[in-house]
Design a protein around this ligand. Structure first.
Ligand code: COA
Length: 198
């Protein structure tokens, strides 16, 4: 039985959508089936399309992260201990992709990307809590990180709004060479994070 099997239960009427139900754990190779399913779901594929959709492509992309051979750290997003999505963090200015670091051009910065893979949990207000819990536990917990950056596509209005609700603000638009769309780069400093109350 896969370690990370989706349960048949959705959020439920009584199931809360608040921050207390959200947690994270490192992604495992046994999660790749679920990741494959999520990355082929239309609501994810619309915005997360450049890493391939076949199982083999996904394995090639995510196994090095799972095995710690890349600076990208992959996590499963859990809601009441059930996997509902994927989130990753990576250094930008210090040991990350040099080309991306030059584009962002912010000292002591780290990046985050995520998607809610289970469609039952999308557009229910959970994204802001996922982001804030992750920043607290896995980004600003690193004393070397002063700024977090996140780069949705300009057309991804739902993501931009969810990140604004988590405290991010527009910083600049960047064009990563070879990518079909620009990034609407948003940033949040440690100080802003600590002073942000909903
Ligand atoms: C982006 C994402 C993390 C946002 O989290 P979320 O919990 O779904 O976000 P919210 O429910 O807070 O909705 C954010 C905004 O989307 C808009 N929205 C709400 N319902 C929507 C719907 N059915 N369709 C499109 N947009 C909708 C609203 O403007 C909402 O803001 P508001 O509540 O202040 O009005 C999540 O939707 C997701 O993972 N989407 C799929 C993949 C993706 O886009 N990943 C991000 C790549 S950068």
């Amino acid at each position: 039985m896969p370690v990370l099997a989706e349960t048949g239960e959705g959020p439920g009427k009584a199931g809360g959508m608040g921050p207390r139900e959200v947690s994270f754990r490192r992604l495992r190779s046994s999660d790749l089936d679920l990741l494959h399913r999520w990355l082929n779901a239309p609501h994810v594929l619309r915005w997360w399309y450049d890493e391939g959709t076949s199982y083999r492509e996904i394995e090639e992309r995510y196994l090095p992260r799972i095995e710690g051979r890349e600076t990208v750290k992959p996590f499963a997003i859990l809601h009441q201990d059930n996997p509902i999505g994927y989130i990753q963090s990576y250094p930008i200015s210090d040991g990350g992709d040099e080309q991306y670091a030059a584009l962002v051009d912010v000292e002591a910065s780290a990046g985050v990307d995520l998607f809610i893979g289970d469609p039952r949990y999308v557009h229910r207000g959970l994204g802001q809590y996922i982001v804030r819990a992750f920043l607290s536990e896995h980004v600003f917990s690193n004393p070397g990180v002063e700024v977090c950056a996140i780069g949705p596509e300009p057309k991804n209005k739902a993501a931009i709004r969810a990140y604004e609700k988590a405290g991010f603000r527009f910083f600049k638009t960047v064009q990563i060479p070879g990518k079909p769309e620009t990034e609407y780069l948003m940033t949040l400093t440690r100080k802003e994070f600590e002073g942000h109350f909903d």
